[in-house]
Design a binder for this molecule. Structure first.
Ligand code: PLP
Length: 299
């Protein structure tokens, strides 16, 4: 699965710091922390029919990540909300839009790792692109040799821009000719795929990994809530890769691609053992939520 360029994004306006720039003029300094050390945090958001889905949750996670990283002069939620609304308005984006919102530690007075060199406050970057959900109806996965960070290394609860371990896993998927890579935690249990959380269904129960080494995804939380509200048993526990091979259904979740079925893992076909798909049921509830819930756009 390779995303394609969408010509509608030729002329989009992009927010940097405190104003909008045409796409080709939107730039950050070579002294910005995101260039120097991947020292930034980010969120991916989606706009559906005049609403930003789960906006409050994304804003809260961004703020929590920035606090964990001890950023100084973090813009207020009100400032970020206003900047996002202005960006979407400038591009007239009310639907089919994915937003990449990045907050870096900001500009440094000279190159170096020390955050005390960052004396100007955070840099806010908002890239809102025309982008319908990116995955095909089903995808294939391979298990990567690259492990997902445990909190002993870099805590995955910080949604940071230091994505190298996930990118290395994705490279393994590319070489294997599949869509994405499953990343194990340091104990060998399945953590998540390189950019999405992962679930499996066996004998009518939905399972997902503990959010110890994976990002606690907002779509993941939404799926767990859907299960709890609709009498679908959901269990969080350590899950091994062999259990995934033998699952009745496997799916991944994320803002970029929503809920996507997995048809194959490491060459093993995921055999649908039951006539009635639980994933279909969860997906129906998810779609209803995206149609009805979210923060209304102010333009
Ligand atoms: C590593 C990783 N896992 C999972 C997700 C899915 O998270 P969400 O559902 O909040 O989009 C993301 C999205 O950014 C991610 O980067």
């Amino acid at each position: 699965m390779l995303q394609q360029y969408d010509k509608r994004n030729n002329d989009i306006q992009i927010w940097v710091d405190d104003k909008l720039y045409p796409r080709n003029e939107a730039k950050v300094s070579v002294f910005d922390s995101t260039v120097q050390g991947g020292d930034a945090v980010w969120e991916g958001l989606r706009v559906y029919d005049g609403r930003i889905f789960c906006f409050e949750q994304h804003l809260n996670r961004l703020m929590a990540s920035a606090k964990a990283m001890a950023f100084a002069k973090i813009p207020t939620k009100e400032f970020i909300t206003d900047a996002l609304m202005q960006t979407l308005k400038a591009n007239n984006q009310r639907d089919e839009t994915h937003v990449r919102l990045t907050l870096s530690r900001g500009l440094k007075i000279t190159s170096g790792m020390d955050p005390r060199l960052n004396q100007f406050g955070c840099t806010l970057i908002i890239v809102a692109e025309w982008k319908p959900p990116v995955y095909p109806p089903s995808i294939k996965l391979v298990t990567a040799s690259q492990r997902r960070n445990s909190p002993m290394c870099v805590d995955s609860k910080i949604h940071h821009n230091n994505l190298i371990n996930n990118i290395l896993a994705k490279i393994e998927a590319n070489f294997a000719g599949v869509d994405a890579a499953i990343m194990l935690d340091i104990y060998g249990f399945v953590s998540e795929a390189n950019g999405v959380n992962i679930f499996m269904i066996k004998d009518g129960t939905v399972y997902t990994s503990y959010a110890d080494a994976c990002l606690p995804g907002i779509t993941r939380a939404t799926v767990i809530e859907i299960c709890k509200n609709n009498n679908i048993t959901i269990v969080e526990r350590n899950i091994s890769i062999s259990e995934f091979y033998n699952a009745d259904e496997v799916f991944v979740t994320g803002t970029m691609g929503e809920l996507t079925a997995v048809s194959e893992i490491d060459g093993r076909t995921i055999e649908q053992q039951h006539n009635k798909s639980i994933l279909q049921k969860i997906n129906k509830h998810f779609k209803t939520k995206t149609e009805k819930e979210g923060t209304l756009l102010t333009f």
